[in-house]
Ligand binder design. Structure first.
Ligand SMILES: [Zn+2]
Length: 100
């Protein structure tokens, strides 16, 4: 393993790090919704890349929520039916208690 001949002085280290700079990411305009987006990435606003819908976006989730609510309503109806059936099962189990 290569070993440095001398310790890097505080000044040398600090003057090297003084040249670290942040750079702004290069933004391009989305061809679908004309919002700024990162190059070579799907648009976070509309979810399109190269003219095709690639990812689901927050605006799509609103549509999904409606379908989920419908599903939840269906499940509630099912659970209501199950609750009606459950007391009958309990009665059956009570009949088995202590036959001896
Ligand atoms: Zn877009």
């Amino acid at each position: 393993m290569a070993v440095p001949k001398r310790k890097t002085s505080k000044m040398r280290k600090r003057s090297r790090r003084a040249n670290w700079k942040t750079a702004l990411p290069t933004l391009t305009e989305c061809s679908q919704c004309h919002q700024p987006k990162l190059g070579h990435r799907a648009c976070p606003t509309c979810g399109y890349y190269d003219g095709e819908k690639v990812i689901a976006v927050a605006s799509d989730k609103k549509k999904e929520k409606k379908t989920k609510e419908e599903k939840a309503e269906k499940q509630e109806k099912k659970t209501e039916k199950k609750q009606e059936k459950k007391p009958e099962k309990k009665l059956e189990s009570k009949g088995r208690e202590k036959g001896d």
